[in-house]
Structures are given as C-alpha cells and as structure tokens.
Design a protein around this ligand. Sequence first.
Ligand code: FAD
Length: 369
Amino acid sequence: MPPEGARYVIIGAGFAGAATACHLALQGVRQIVIVEQEAVAGFHSSGRNAGFIRQVLSEPAVADLAAQSAEFIRNPPPGWPVPVSYNAIGCLILGRGEQWEALRNDAELAGRRGLEVECWSPEKTLAAMPLIEGASLDGAVWCASDGVIDVSALLSGYIKTAQSHGAVVRYGATVEEVRVRNGRVQGIATSRGSFEADVVVNAAGPWAGPVGIMAGASPIAFHPRRRHLFVTPPLDWVKPDWPFVLNVSDEVYFQPSSGGLMLCPCDEEEMPPGDPPTDARAVELLAERLTAAYPNFPDVPIGRYWAGLRTFTDDNRFVIGWDPVIEGFFWVAGLAGHGVTTSAAVGSLAARLLFGADPDPNFSPARFG
Ligand SMILES: Cc1cc2nc3c(=O)[nH]c(=O)nc-3n(C[C@H](O)[C@H](O)[C@H](O)COP(=O)(O)OP(=O)(O)OC[C@H]3O[C@@H](n4cnc5c(N)ncnc54)[C@H](O)[C@@H]3O)c2cc1C
C-alpha cells in the first residue's frame, strides 16, 4: 500500500484513467497527475463508442461491475460537477440456438443479481420492434433499465471531480519512459517533461501493452480490435424511444440516435494501437449482416461513420491490480466493449486495490502468470 501523501501518475485520460483518478480523489488523494498524449480527454476509444449502458453480460465478474456502475451513473453522488443525461430506452438482446441458451443463462444470473430482466418469445419481440420483422430468433432478453449515456458529460464529470480535489491533467504529453529503480517505479518521462511518482497507473487503453513493456512489467497480451459505428441522418419513421437492439446470433446492433439510427456490424479486426483508419468494406458488412438478420429492414442512408478500438485480454476479463513484477506499477486496462458501462465500478475497484484491498482474482494481472 502506498504511503500517505503518495504521488500518483495516471497514464491515459479515457474512462479507465479518469474514473480511477476520480475515485482516488474522492478517497482523499491529492497528488494525482493524469498524463494524456492527446490534446483532449477521450480522443480514442472513450470518445468513439456507442455510449450504451448494458448490464446483461455473459462474464459474471464484469456483469457485477456493470450493475454497480450503472447505479452510480444513474445516481451520481451529491455535488457531481456535470449533469449527465441518461435515457433508459432499454435493451433487447436477440438470439437463437446456443446463443439463445447462453442469453437465458445471462438473464437468470442478472435476475439473481437483482436486475429486472424478462425473457420474451419471438412473437412478443417482433410485436415490440417492427424493424426486425422476418428475424430468425428463439427469443430475446429485455432489460428496461439499460440506456444511453451522455459520454462526454460522464467523462468530464470524472475528470472535473478529480481536478476539484487537486488532480492535474497534462494534455499533449506522451509517456516515453516509465522510470524504475531496483524493481520499483520512480516516475515517468514524457515528451513534455518528467514526473516523479510513487505509483504509476497504466490506463493507456490500446497502448496498455506497450506501456507495460516500457516499465518492464509482467507481460500481458492485449488485443486492440477495430469496430465501426454508422449514423444515419434524421429519419422521420424512427421512434426516439425504440430500444437498443443487439442480435448476438447475426452480430449486428442498432439504436435510435439524433433522430435517426446508429448501427454497428459488430466487426472485430485486430489492429495495432493508434487511430484506426475506417474501412469502406465495413459498410458492405453492415448491409450483409442487416439483411441476413432482418430481411425486411429498410434501406438506410449513412450520414457518417467512424472506427474505434476495443482492447481485449486473452480471457476477455479486465486487468485491474498491482503488477506482480514492478512495485508501484498498477494496471487498469483491457476494458473491451464495456468501459463506459463499468467505468464507475472500475474506478472504485481500482481505488480500493490501490489502498491495499486484497487482489480481485477475476481481474488480477497475476492471473496471466
Ligand atoms: C465502436 C465502439 C463502441 C463501443 N460501445 C460501447 C458501449 O456502448 N458501451 C460501453 O460500455 N463501452 C463501449 N465501448 C468500449 C469503451 O469505449 C472502452 O472500453 C473504453 O473507452 C476504454 O477506455 P480506456 O480508458 O481503457 O481507453 P482509451 O479511451 O483509449 O484511453 C486511453 C488513453 O491513453 C492515452 N495514452 C495511451 N498511451 C499513452 C502514452 N504513452 N502517453 C500518454 N497517453 C497515452 C490515449 O491517448 C488514450 O486517450 C465501445 C468501443 C468502441 C470502439
């Protein structure tokens, strides 16, 4: 456990770094520097996602974090600096065959966790969402409390909370070296100067692997995978209160967005860390998957689209905890496709572990050996 008055450097101003800084600050830590290579927070994955809070998940440990986090996001603590709008449009997750069996299991686990979920028949599902007419499905899981969050308000709420307790953010500073002496972190060197630190938190998203190597920390394999999102112009037949509809068998999702639709072909192409280029073939993939899933889905114009990286570990679970090799080096990484949803609970867990709580075996970096 770091001494009282310890200095913390957090690498990355995405949801992982910002939520960790926020929860450390709420626990009384005053010496925090967040170092971000870009000119703004949330430039990478944290600013390119669908902003959906989804609580029915297949990995139980991640689902626990999602449920705790959703509660925090819906009811931030008194004095929260930025109002965060949350639109509980609900989530319909469709499946057939083995995927439907797995979904029913996820729904049962979610129910045991206290979440209100329902399993719907294909008839009920089709009646609720006319766009999916013709879908081949065995059923759907409905979660009414899921919804869309204002992503930039949530992110800036974490950062502003940390700043109001003394944290400093250094934008445009790329970490080039993690200084280690006798197996213990000493600080970092960046493109804009050096910072001494007792604790260095690796919240570098897709770059978590290279930053770990920089520190000589335990080698953990991360897999950044590109995903595209598409947004249509406003469409007069779209209802703003339609739910988020995820089809896990045909791998496609859509939700109402800005008067039109946001759509995703659930693509997963491994890429190096960076600013992923868009690939026009993703438009074809989207069309193919929509047609396969919903033969009567209307043709929709695409207004704009972009790509972002979701970063996975080998077991798809997050990495949150002290590095087993380098003293003072802490990981908050590999948040995959759930980093917005789970952010509040991830930050809170990270702060507890940083203060000496027992490692959580589900997320411990040591599990990779
Ligand atoms: C298309 C898409 C849709 C998604 N939809 C959802 C969704 O609906 N709901 C959900 O919960 N999640 C969703 N996600 C996942 C979510 O966006 C991520 O899990 C989350 O943003 C990861 O946050 P992060 O802080 O780990 O990474 P990032 O946001 O990438 O932040 C890491 C930061 O570290 C900085 N950094 C890296 N290296 C250095 C260095 N050497 N020096 C200084 N700074 C450095 C980077 O510049 C970056 O800002 C989606 C992701 C994508 C791509």
